[in-house]
Design a protein around this ligand. Structure first.
Ligand code: NIG
Ligand code: FE
Length: 441
């Protein structure tokens, strides 16, 4: 649908625009339908997509005020959506990583008071503005790798003020960045040290103190729990997620990651929007998921970084008709990458998704997992103009040339955020001044 007004911006001369137009979410055979248009252009008015169509027709809608960006034949995609990240934290876990390289096990480190707890200690030290400062370059790097929207979790505070500070930092990052963030409260990430002999006491703190304040300050959309041995069992997780629902938060679950935790079944039972991880999902849970509207979010970069060989059964999930998304799980311990493209590669090469299925998993299905499929995740008239320009011409080349950043341009809400000029030599555009100083590459 064309409006009378000429577009503000036309991104053109693309050999292939992957639109992801059509049903949201995708499941089963539809997961691989990317609705690509060959030799196409994208017209943008304000922060919205005005039209995606054949080069000539779209260019005909330009007037002398329309800015043109020539992508030199390269493929255009909807901006990636990273539907599972923990980007706000203090400190780093290099020493833990070195210990793991020498054979130490992630769960043993956690049980001994390291792991998540180490990050909690470092995060509690930081003010909201320091948390923002630490997270900003991470998000910038992730955005230069194509991510335009992030889900972001708390869970490294584990006391009332520190959890609230983390969520306030997420809000400030959302309001000040070129990106957008969708906040998740994860007070039930693990049991903090001071409650190690009082599980019920900590759950009471989450339910009676944290959740009411999160709701009162409107700091989160979702409530997540780590349902795993060494963290919270199914009954504890249920109690927290049900309380979250009473405070207006939709459940999500870290499920079946290191053992068959029952987290997927619980997620379906409580109506979670997503269950995430899933290497240890059982057959019954796959069936339950296939009959539900809960998204399976695969986090294969975590499996890789923990040097495990059991990846989530992505192929089986898609074939069963489960809604499948893929995310980075960026965090300082179990998945320290800042590139969603690494997760995309592993989703294809280790979880058995086709390239097209994996692309739907980081766009339209990830938008669905965040309850924003009506506004984000595809390039269709009326949707938000979040798109990325690659340095390739076919989807498979994103994986064929693995291990590098294929994103040469990022447009968020109709504004060019960053453009790597050394790859494609085109005019610098006015908008690109705004945030380019944030990007390392
Ligand atoms: O998703 N699994 C629980 N939480 C994170 C790990 C957090 C950490 O190790 O700091 C995850 O992998
Ligand atoms: Fe996680």
């Amino acid at each position: 649908m064309m409006s009378d007004k000429a577009p503000d911006l036309i991104v053109h001369n693309s050999s292939l625009v992957v639109t992801m137009a059509g049903s949201a979410p995708r499941r089963g055979a539809e997961q691989g339908e990317i609705a690509a248009v060959a030799d196409a252009a994208v017209a943008i008015t304000g922060d919205r997509i005005a039209e995606v169509g054949p080069e000539k027709r779209v260019l005909d809608s330009a007037d002398r005020h329309t800015r043109l960006i020539d992508v030199d034949g390269r493929m255009i995609l909807p901006g990636y959506i990273d539907a599972h990240t923990h980007p706000v934290y203090g400190g780093d876990r290099t020493d833990e990583f070195i210990a793991r390289l020498r054979g130490a096990d992630y769960e043993d480190i956690h049980a001994a008071g390291g792991g998540i707890q180490a990050t909690v200690r470092a995060t509690r030290e930081l003010s909201v503005s320091r948390l923002v400062e630490e997270a900003r370059p991470r998000l910038a790097r992730m955005m230069s790798n194509g991510v335009t929207t992030f889900e972001a979790k708390s869970g490294y505070g584990l006391d009332v003020p520190s959890e609230l500070r983390q969520l306030q930092a997420i809000r400030e990052l959302d309001q000040s960045g070129p990106w957008e963030l969708v906040p998740t409260f994860m007070g039930a990430h693990t049991l903090p040290d001071e409650f190690k002999d009082d599980r019920a006491g900590y759950i009471e703190l989450v339910v009676e103190k944290m959740l009411p304040q999160v709701e009162a300050l409107d700091l989160a959309d979702f409530c997540d729990v780590f349902c795993e041995r060494g963290a919270f069992d199914v009954d504890e997780s249920r109690e927290i997620l049900e309380a979250g629902k009473r405070h207006g938060l939709t459940p999500r679950v870290h499920a079946d990651e290191l053992s068959p935790s029952g987290g997927t079944k619980l997620g379906v039972e409580v109506g979670a929007r997503s269950v995430d991880h899933l290497p240890f999902i059982d057959d019954e849970s796959v069936e339950l998921l296939a009959d539900s509207d809960t998204t399976a979010i695969l986090l294969p970069a975590t499996t890789f970084f923990l040097m495990k060989d059991r990846y989530a059964p992505g192929r089986r999930l898609v074939d069963a008709g489960v809604i499948v998304a893929v995310a980075s799980d960026h965090n300082p311990g179990s998945s320290h990458t800042l590139s969603l493209e690494r997760a995309l590669e592993l989703a294809v090469m280790r979880c058995g998704l086709s390239v097209e299925e994996a692309l739907a998993a980081v766009t339209i299905n990830a938008a669905y997992a965040l309850e924003h499929q009506g506004r984000l995740g595809s390039l269709e008239p009326g949707k938000q103009a979040d798109l990325i320009i690659t340095d390739v011409t076919r989807p498979e080349q994103l994986i064929y040339g693995w291990g590098v950043n294929h994103i040469t341009g990022v447009i968020k809400r109709g504004k060019m955020i960053n453009r790597r000029r050394h790859r494609l030599q085109h005019r610098q555009h006015k908008e690109s001044r705004g945030f380019s100083h944030l990007f390392g590459d």
